[in-house]
Design a protein around this ligand. Sequence first.
Ligand code: NAD
Length: 315
Amino acid sequence: MKITIAGAGAMGSRFGLMLHNAGHEVVLVDGWKDHVEAIQKEGLKANFNGEEVIVKLPALLQSEVTETATSDLIILFTKAMQLEKMLNDLKPVIHEKTKVLCLLNGIGHEEVIEKFVPKENIFIGNTMWTAGMEGPGRVKLFGSGTVALKNLVDTEEAKKGALEIVEVLNSAGLNANYSENILYAIYKKACVNGSMNGLCTILLSNMYEFGSTTDAHMIVENIVKEFAEVAKFENIEINVSEIVEYIESNCYNCKTIGLHYPSMYQDLNKNNRLTEIDYINGAVVRKGEKYGIPTPYCAFLTALVHCKEQILGAK
Ligand code: NAD
């Protein structure tokens, strides 16, 4: 299958490398010039579960995508704020049968994708795989993960498309599943990110340090309540105490995982990069305004992260 990885940072490189190794025709498309040039010159270098590998695969700057490069499947892996520009640059390769799978963190990306792709070709999901950038042309890929996905539109044809994508991902060992409950899964992950990412970024703490504070439970509960309130308007039932308990036992009461600094912490505090806060807590604020629900915790956290982005001059 001809697969375009749109956004070939850490996660895009992981999926690109694994799909290429499984025999698919993969093209990496990205906006970071040094990264694309490094891959074109020397291949994609990865520390893949402790083994050093170099994979030669085509990489293109997104501004240089032309109509000659058609694609059966596009996997979106930009950061959320880069998504619209990427889709605009990919217009020449999106034809009427191109399937587009979005695995970004955050909620509501389908509203952007729908501007460029017919709804019946859009597939949404999330992933528990992880990856890290080590520099232009170089990534670190450790551990294992899963993918859950579903068609956006409920037709037999679209479901067939989703199952085909599941099969393609599984041919590369990406442990994919069709999930009837994908919106719930996307919201659940957004609750985790919406609690841990912004707070640890502002507090300069890892998840365990934050979780050890007396107010951690109260803050997380209030954030999750706001996600649950807006989700209700989209017919998604979120059990607040169940999700809070999930966050507590999987993120910050756990001494191993808890020592992790969320990716937003690393993006902003270490690498001076803009964050995805507008597509996690910020998305809840926008949805709250639309549905008439107050979202003070998410609004305050979003504003604090924006202040920090500006103070640090993040780009
Ligand atoms: P990433 O930051 O590694 O890459 C995203 C884009 O930013 C790519 O186009 C990349 O080339 C560019 N970029 C990265 N570093 C750059 C730099 N120093 N200068 C200029 N451009 C740079 O993002 P990611 O971690 O691959 O995440 C993609 C999406 O997947 C996000 O929505 C993220 O939340 C989600 N996600 C990430 C992980 C993870 O473990 N990394 C896991 C699950 C979901």
